[in-house]
Write a protein that binds this ligand. Structure first.
Ligand SMILES: Nc1ncnc2c1ncn2[C@@H]1O[C@H](COP(=O)(O)OP(=O)(O)OP(=O)(O)O)[C@@H](O)[C@H]1O
Ligand SMILES: [Mg+2]
Length: 471
């Protein structure tokens, strides 16, 4: 039992607390003055490590190379993933910054030797990453290469979670980030002494769905269709269909068919294979070229009506009727290329050899296409790209002239666009001629008025889409 005389009074307690606090502050400021910052940092980390030594930590090490001498995927994924953690407030003191030639957009940030970065996963699992680059020991002449690895340290109670889910999360994120930063490729045909093959260049086409001038509803339909397609891997597998989708783009020249192909590639981050069929003579070459295309790619065959002799297929049938000894000349391996050969191969072997394939045909003349191409189920979506509508015009005015609101000429332009045929390419060209938005619109309205006067005998633009689709 305490007697009242032994109990310290509240005022003496407060005095003692105040004097202890004052002493701590005094020593702290004295230490700050005496010890340089580096020494203080060292002492702090020493004390922290002392405590850490008693925490049951586990460390995973990811070497650059795996046991078999190949690339360790986790090591490379960690480099890519950790970059996202280095963007916040600068806790890491030294970063390695580089720029790769052309394959990757932007700068590449990596941890420097000995630097650490902390990640938080699943609402509270703290994980510390450290990059180590160990120099070879002197005198060890057998192996004088640097050893690079990442250490991942965490409380050992999370071992299962880290092994079973966090590492996969890092791999998935790294894949998505690399895909995002990758510069797309455009593959075109190359006729060398080895035969016909693909050569690739960086695809730097600026067209996107935002810049594309077309009716919003149509744009949304295409975007949704593409997104649905890439999401549905499992469904395609379940129903036993090859994971491919075909689009037929048709309409007059300069209405944005090629721009739409580029916008699709930029949206999906798919490479483009531009198959100029006029340069492919034999069926066997076509097969080889198609089999050499990569996954997650768009195969484009522009102006399909001009590229192959579309009547070949029909002629072939007729010739066969006339001369029974001439067995279908289209199907003899190594013989000349025909549309039926192309379609059969695309529907059959090719699409089952890869994943996430998109095939696009473009044409200015849908009416000239072989019925085989238009048969239901062959091309999943037929997209008409038509003359400039008022909505598309406003999009172009916003892209080229930076007009976002209304303009006093818009009313007149809207009614003139309903009565004349002008392609988005012509609108864009007209806008590019002028520095000033008002004069650009003035001149454009003038052009439309002139067109209206001249074009009274031409077909009505309003019925144009119907005309194209009926064909
Ligand atoms: N719908 C559009 N939206 C935005 N720009 C367009 C559109 N249509 C055409 N353009 C502009 O016109 C140029 C030509 O368009 P594009 O090459 O895409 O037309 P196309 O339909 O493929 O023509 P062609 O049938 O002759 O191949 C593009 O570079 C682009 O600047
Ligand atoms: Mg084109």
């Amino acid at each position: 039992m305490f007697s009242t005389t032994e109990m310290p009074s509240p005022s003496s307690l407060f005095t003692a607390f105040a004097s202890i606090t004052a002493s701590i502050m005094f020593f702290q400021s004295m230490l700050n003055q005496i010890l340089p910052k580096q020494v203080r940092d060292y002492l702090i980390s020493f004390v922290q490590n002392l405590f850490k030594a008693h925490t049951p930590m586990l460390t995973f090490v990811f070497n650059e190379d795996n046991e078999l001498g190949g690339r360790n995927q986790i090591y490379y994924a960690a480099g890519v993933y950790l970059e996202t953690l280095l963007r916040g407030p600068p806790k890491t003191k030294r970063l390695n910054v580089s720029k790769s030639p052309k394959e990757i957009k932007g700068l590449i940030f990596r941890l420097e030797d000995g630097e650490t970065v902390t990640d938080l996963y699943d609402d509270g699992i703290e994980l510390q990453w450290r990059f180590v680059c160990s120099k070879p020991e002197k005198g060890n002449s057998n192996d004088n290469s640097e050893k690079r690895y990442y250490e991942l340290s965490f409380h050992n109670k999370y071992e299962d979670k880290v092994s079973n889910s966090y590492i996969q999360f890092v791999l998935d994120r790294a894949k998505a980030i690399s895909e995002e930063k990758r510069v797309l490729k455009m593959h075109t045909l190359d006729n060398s002494y080895k035969g016909i093959g693909w050569k690739s260049i960086n695809l730097d086409h600026p067209a996107t769905f935002e810049t594309l001038a077309m009716d919003q509803k149509k744009k949304d339909d295409i975007i949704n269709d593409l997104n649905r397609f890439v999401r549905r891997k499992e469904l395609y597998k379940k129903v036993g269909r090859a994971w491919k989708r075909g689009y037929l783009l048709f309409g007059p020249p300069g209405t944005g068919k090629s721009s739409l192909v580029a916008a699709m590639a930029n949206h999906l981050k798919f490479d483009i294979y531009d198959l100029q069929l006029a340069n492919v003579i034999r069926d066997s070459d076509l097969r080889r070229l198609l089999l050499a295309t990569g996954n997650r790619s768009i195969l484009v065959i522009e102006d399909i009506d001009c590229s192959v002799n579309l009547s070949d297929r029909i002629h072939g049938e007729e010739e066969k009727k006339l001369d029974p000894n001439n067995h279908d000349k289209n199907s003899i391996a190594g013989t000349f290329l025909t549309l039926s050969g192309l379609l059969n191969f695309i529907d059959g072997l090719w699409s089952s050899c890869g994943d996430e394939r998109i095939i696009i045909f473009t044409t200015n003349h849908k009416e000239r296409l072989d019925p085989a191409l238009l048969r239901p189920g062959r091309m999943d979506m037929h997209i008409y790209m038509g003359y400039c509508t008022y909505e598309a015009f406003k999009q172009l005015a916003s892209n080229y002239l930076e007009i976002s609101g209304d303009h006093n000429l818009y009313g007149e332009i809207q009614s003139l666009l309903g009565e004349t045929e002008v392609t988005p390419a012509q609108v864009a060209e007209e806008f590019l001629k002028h520095e000033n938005a008002d004069s650009a619109l003035e001149e454009f309205a003038k052009l439309l008025r002139k067109r209206k006067m001249e074009g009274s005998d031409e077909c009505d633009a309003k019925t144009d889409e119907k005309k194209w689709q009926v064909c």
